[in-house]
Write a protein that binds this ligand. Sequence first.
Ligand code: 3UK
Length: 550
Amino acid sequence: MTCTAPHSAAYTAHVDTFARDRLPPHELWPELRFDLPELQFPERLNCASELLDAWVAKGQGGRLCMQGADLCWTYADLQAQANRIAHVLVQDMGVVSGNRVLLRGANSPMMAACWFAIMKVGAIAVATMPLLRAKELSQIIQKAEISHALCDERLAEELSLAQAHCPSLQHVGLYHSEAPDGVEARAAAHSPVFQNVDTAADDTCIIAFTSGTTGEPKGTMHFHRDVMAICRCWPPHVLRAKADDVFIGSPPLAFTFGLGGLVLFPLSIGASTVLLEKASPEMLLPAVARYRASVCFTAPTAYRVMAQQIKQSGAEGPAVSSLRKCVSAGEALPAATRALWKEATGIELIDGIGATEMLHIFISHDEAHARPGATGTPVPGYQACIMGEAGEILPAGQVGRLAVKGPTGCRYLADERQRAYVLKGWNLTGDAYLQDADGYFVYQSRTDDMIISGGYNIAGPEVEAALLAHPAVAECGVIGVPDEARGQIVKAVVVLRPGFVAGEALVRELQDFVKSTVAPYKYPRAVVFRDKLPRTETGKLQRFRLRHEE
Ligand code: 3UK
């Protein structure tokens, strides 16, 4: 079934129609497909009613729901807190449905309660990465015309700097605060009962800004229906977690990988989740042990670091025996990292590619169908193909542009770049992929990161994967740098494991090692050593920064 006339005079609960008025014109939308029986949605839908209130209504309010620094909430506790905050938003802060509410904090149960409160009042959550500075916050506040904010008191300073440049932002509530006008104190004065706004399934409920590396940030608009759709595709068909699982992980809730994996997916099955303010690889392992977590979401580099830690600390280290399922996304998962994790824990990683524009994962595999070096096959509910330059579908084995469609898709907030993301109804993620003879999708590189050297197309991540198999290499990034003779040459920036010495001998050894595992023309003609690599808050290598160092 395809979706027609998505913004005809249909029902909306939004009093403030900002979002609806700024959806891309319908002809620029990707085709939306609702091919599974469980993807048929009613006209009116509020995702907070489905994910949170429904459990309490079914008599499951006493189930464990969320744990964080020194606190432990049942579903009923989370519901009561979200309801009280919903009253704060409406009665104390003057929020009306359709308003954009900035949400700023490190992951915590309180942040999740604020997120649900925003859903309940029919407003639109715009979550931001904790490390964003005033300049970046201002861009987002201006673009989304944000009127209200809920902000962790410890991150208030940068927000007030931004506020000076943002006349639209009139009301800021600070949480994790002991102030008499802080969110907690105000919430305590309100009822724990709240009647959710009866939103339309296609009312926008979040605007997620892309963690893109260049240009002005792009806001992607997602509906209540989209939030429910992602809960019905990848989690039941691929992850298959259970109600007694304990979810944990590192991605910020401002990154839709984290929102889905650490809030939406556990709550959609009545499971519980651990929201950690600090979840670097060094802190994630002890947290897994402490909470006896069973389902973990983090980035490939974090699995690499944790595998090393488990190996080094042996039986003395944190016990990770509770872990059952481990999910990797955000960046390509090198085969060497998959192997290290399996060796350290016995667990086969579940890789999945997702994108902010698609909301969550659309190509993945379960443990039984893991294929080292490949991302997997389309998640039930989604379709994928490889497109050539003119939008033609390429046969197996050929490298081209990854194109996907399903129940979710790209809708940028008032942005010309919508035209570049959607072609013939397909979403173009900006990744170069090939599909192998068995239908598996194999990642090559970002389309604009492909290295062209001496007439050859070389994908940096393939060379990185080769280098990562060498015992001296902790992390690495491979880029193309300008070269008179060859156009570009392949350059590797390498972080060494402790105990290895940088120098000419090691450079030659690494070059020979690469030549022995991939086609020799791909070997890095330049190799340099660094202490660390530039990464985004979402764990992605910032190749443009490596290139900039040139
Ligand atoms: C890259 C991957 C290879 C790829 C995301 C899961 O990463 C997420 O969203 P972003 O908008 O970035 C999207 C881009 O990141 N990528 C992500 N996962 C993989 N490349 N293998 C992977 N497994 O270039 C993609 O186009 O930040 C991931 C769920 C939700 C998300 N938003």
